[in-house]
Design a protein around this ligand. Structure first.
Ligand SMILES: [Zn+2]
Length: 412
């Protein structure tokens, strides 16, 4: 349906523009350079014939593909982010194209001897015979999520050029700052005006996700008492020992390194301690709402117990919810997942439905009133030098978008 060359050209035109976001910035977008791609995308959407193309003061882009049928069907949306992760540099990306991948090692960088190997990244073997786009080993690629943008723009262009494919009204949204957790923050759900949407921000071909973690953070502060160690008997209280008691009282096997699938965890990610005060920083994650609440209660209870054990307030805890599992918002409208699954099946793509061990913009949007499952964009090894994307997966994702549009417009 779409030529490889065309997709490659569009994709490369996006990834060669640096759009790294910055968690330390308070502005939106968090970096000025995100405007470079944002402005280009707004122009491109106009050029391919989209209507109502808008770009707001925070660089959120929206556009419409009007319905081409004479009966009412739901308005659907497709969403991607144009920033790249601050985990690794996105400046001077030099994409390398490897046609007809044979299944062996790919030398990304001869000088630095950087190799992308299926012995380490087994997923590569899924793509034997395909065209892979990689980095030159010195930057990330930015397939997360410029592959998603490339697919959405290409699908809209295809639908515009093929009016024989019938569809309802389609909305497109591109956001800044997803990688620093703010992609959904200034997204105007009302202005977007879709009944539901899909983020094109997953990885491997076939991925379809509508479950993610419930997430909270916890800051535990333990207060001690410093006294000259030579005269400290029955007086000194070492906050680090009490903190250790706290740490060891939580289930030691419920940590990220001991869990997967639907298992939740407590993750101690930062500790800072002196005799006088010790600060512990945790994140709490669980797909199940009840288990999530129970985890928070367990920490609160442990705090209370230690306080009564020491007969004064030695510990304080501050727990803050971060985001919730979108399943709660998607399950009542499960047909939106079914349509995506059916689209994949009709295109001979095996749907891989699994729970995300993290969050997405879609989870926040779902709680803002826009149910929003996540679909594969095709890339692998995000946020680093080994990132790659098979062109065939990008083409399939583009076809999935068109097929979802078509299936949503079937006369009941
Ligand atoms: Zn992403």
């Amino acid at each position: 349906m779409l030529s490889k060359e065309y997709i490659i050209k569009r994709f490369i035109s996006y990834v060669t523009i640096d759009t790294e976001s910055d968690p330390t910035s308070n502005t939106t977008p968090s970096t000025k350079k995100q405007w470079d791609l944002a402005n280009k995308l707004a122009e491109e959407l106009k050029a391919i014939g989209m209507s109502d193309v808008t770009i707001d003061d925070n660089a959120y882009i929206m556009a419409t593909l009007p319905s081409n049928i004479d009966f009412d069907v739901p308005t659907i949306g497709f969403i991607s982010h144009f920033d790249t992760s601050p985990d690794f540099t996105g400046a001077n990306v030099k994409p390398q194209i490897h046609e007809n991948y044979l299944g062996g090692d790919i030398l990304l960088n001869k000088e630095e001897n950087i190799v992308l190997s299926p012995n380490y990244f087994e997923d590569l073997r899924l793509y034997i015979g395909q065209t892979l786009i990689t980095t030159d080993g010195t930057t990330l690629l930015g397939a997360d999520d410029k592959a998603g943008i490339c697919e959405i723009v290409s699908a809209m262009e295809y639908l515009i050029q093929h009016p024989e494919i019938k569809h309802g009204k389609i909305r497109v949204g591109f956001t800044p700052d997803e990688e620093i957790g703010r992609g959904a923050h200034k997204f105007d759900v009302k202005k977007f005006g879709a009944d539901w949407a899909y983020t094109m921000d997953g990885s491997q071909i076939g991925e379809l996700e509508y479950e993610n973690f419930n997430a909270a953070s916890a800051v535990v502060k333990v207060k001690g008492k410093i006294v000259h160690p030579g005269y400290a008997k029955d007086k000194l209280i070492n906050s680090m020992y009490i903190a250790t008691e706290f740490i060891n009282s939580l289930p030691m096997l419920e940590t990220p390194e001991h869990t997967d699938g639907y298992q939740g965890f407590f993750h101690l990610h930062d500790i800072e301690g002196h005799v006088e005060e010790t600060k512990l920083q945790y994140i709490i994650r669980d797909h199940d709402k009840e288990h999530f609440e129970a985890r928070k209660e367990m920490m609160q209870k442990l705090t209370n117990e230690l306080n009564s054990q020491y007969q004064r307030e030695v510990i304080t805890i501050e727990i803050k919810d971060q985001y919730y599992n979108m399943k709660e918002k998607v399950e009542p409208v499960m047909h939106i997942v079914d349509i995506a699954e059916e689209a994949m099946k009709q295109l001979n793509i095996k749907p891989l439905i699994k729970a995300i061990r993290g969050g997405t913009d879609g989870s926040q949007l779902s709680y803002m009133g826009l149910p929003c499952p996540n679909i594969f964009a095709g890339g692998h090894n995000f946020h680093g030098r080994y990132e790659y994307v098979p062109v065939e997966s990008m083409i399939k994702a583009t076809e999935v978008i068109c097929k979802i549009a078509e299936l949503t417009a079937l006369k009941k």
